[in-house]
Design a protein around this ligand. Structure first.
Ligand SMILES: *Cc1c(COP(=O)(O)O)cnc(C)c1O
Ligand code: SF4
Length: 457
């Protein structure tokens, strides 16, 4: 008889690391929160009120926990940052203050002067050219059947890497922000535009951040959009669950408002879901798991969009851990974005090569529907492209060329790897402007060979 049983060896302990999230009153490790009890820490009003909103406040909060060198480094980092500052106590309490320089949460919110790298020479402030696709203030209509509605410009935290740093948050020393439509009166123009475009079926409500919308405005926006017969799908986008999960637990009116829009959508056969933005596995704690369980119980479907960030989630193991933690909370990992070409955060970007490598590793490690698609939102307005789908990739010089036949046919869109990740020879070539033009022209020409002719967007 032939033995046909093939026993798989038991999974190693690392397989279960995703279950090992922060427990207990972890925030008490931060001196500023050492006397804060659980009821207070979970109070969303307390979190809002105690969010640090300036470099000065943040520095005052961390002064006791970090070294003088780190403090000076952060102070100098803030002086040149293009984004406004806001960090929730929850996020501050997740930072490992014994090693803040390498901490994945610190990297997302607190700039350090010492890690600053010069911007890529081909980088512009609104790298996605969202303003070029904006028919009325606060609406981006780039793809045929879907649009992005930006009803406000504030967030529960401000991320250093924000792709909308051209509009989000208050003006900073380095950037005067573009005005979005921020009041119900101003939103009417966007609703009118959507109602007059029967091809628009899918509306992303982003911002800013849905967390900052008062419950009555969640219902106002949700109902106005559900009332438009051709609108079939809504998504409320928010970073909130990753940086202030307790709001879902303690801001009952907010959760009820979302629930009422979801329920009304379901009754009329329309999908209303939540899109979250978890980046680091450490953002998931017992509080997050409790909050996401409440959403699940109410039938609020949740997807996640991450940004691939150097030092945060740019290894196979860390991305896999994040994806497993999301799946464990019934959150579908939907997208992982290439970090957009944003000013002043070059040290957070990584290469197309890294993204494709991580994608190959993650796919196959869990359920397919919990496996994110890695995308590059092509600078210049090409829209999202599967990272692997480049027409040509010059790995040596870090130039990927994408085409977007259903969005902008015949155009070539370029994504550039951060220069410090390239070979010394390639780095030297990027110093010379004529060489830059030559490398780019060469890559676009290669991309066109055997395909349709492509011209630079
Ligand atoms: C991302 C995005 C959407 C939604 O795209 P999906 O791929 O369906 O998630 C819509 N409009 C704009 C401008 C976007 O950037
Ligand atoms: S929460 Fe989103 S919109 Fe707000 S700063 Fe962060 S990335 Fe930008």
């Amino acid at each position: 008889m032939i033995e046909t049983r093939h026993i798989k060896p038991p999974a190693p302990p690392e397989q279960f690391e995703y279950k090992n999230v922060k427990q207990g009153e972890f925030w008490r490790n931060v001196p500023a929160y050492k006397d804060v009890d659980e009821a207070t820490f979970l109070d969303h009003l307390w979190q809002q009120k105690n969010a640090v909103k300036s470099a000065g406040e943040l520095l005052a909060t961390i002064k006791e926990v970090c070294s003088p060198e780190f403090y000076a480094d952060a102070e100098a980092g803030f002086a040149r940052a293009p984004m406004a500052v806001r960090v929730s106590p929850y996020a501050i309490s997740l930072i490992d203050w014994n090693d803040p320089a390498d901490d994945p949460i610190r990297r997302q919110f607190v700039p350090l002067a010492s890690s600053w790298l010069p911007d890529h020479p081909r980088l512009t402030l609104d790298s996605l050219h969202e303003q070029d696709d904006s028919p009325v203030p606060g609406l981006v209509h780039r793809y045929v059947d879907k649009a992005l509605f930006l009803p406000l410009n504030t967030c529960p935290v401000y991320c250093r890497f924000c792709t909308r740093s051209y509009a989000i948050g208050p003006d900073t020393e380095n950037v005067d922000k573009v005005g979005l439509a921020k009041t119900p009166k101003q939103w009417e123009e966007a609703f009118k535009y959507i109602s007059e475009r029967p091809e628009l079926e899918d509306i992303v409500i982003s911002g800013g951040d849905t967390y900052q919308l008062p419950p009555k405005n969640i219902e106002l926006i949700g109902n106005a959009l559900l009332d438009i017969p051709h609108v079939r799908r809504l998504r409320f986008a928010t970073k909130g669950p990753a940086v202030m999960p307790m709001k879902i637990i303690t801001h009952k009116e907010w959760l009820d408002a979302i629930t009422s829009v979801v329920d009304r959508g379901r009754k009329v056969g329309k999908e209303v879901v939540l899109h979250t933005h978890f980046n680091a596995p450490e953002e998931v704690t017992w509080i997050t798991e409790k909050a996401m369980a409440m959403l699940f119980e109410r039938g609020i479907f949740t997807r996640n969009q991450s940004v691939l960030i150097r030092g945060v989630n740019d290894t196979r193991e860390r991305m896999q851990l994040l994806v497993k933690r999301l799946g464990n909370m019934n959150v579908h990992a939907y997208y992982v974005y290439m970090h957009d070409m944003v000013k002043g955060v070059e040290e957070l970007r990584t290469t197309i090569r890294t993204a494709t490598d991580i994608e190959k590793f993650v796919r196959g490690s869990t359920a397919g529907f919990n496996t994110p698609t890695f995308v590059c939102d092509a600078p210049g307005g090409g829209g999202k492209r599967d990272v692997h789908s480049y027409e040509y990739y010059d790995r040596e010089n870090g130039i990927a060329v994408y085409a977007a036949p259903s969005v902008k046919p015949g155009k070539a869109f370029l994504y550039f790897d951060p220069i410090d990740k390239l070979s010394p020879n390639a780095q030297a070539r990027w110093i010379v402007p004529e060489m830059q033009d030559q490398m780019i022209a060469e890559a676009v020409r290669h991309a066109g060979v055997g395909n349709e002719e492509l011209v630079l967007a």
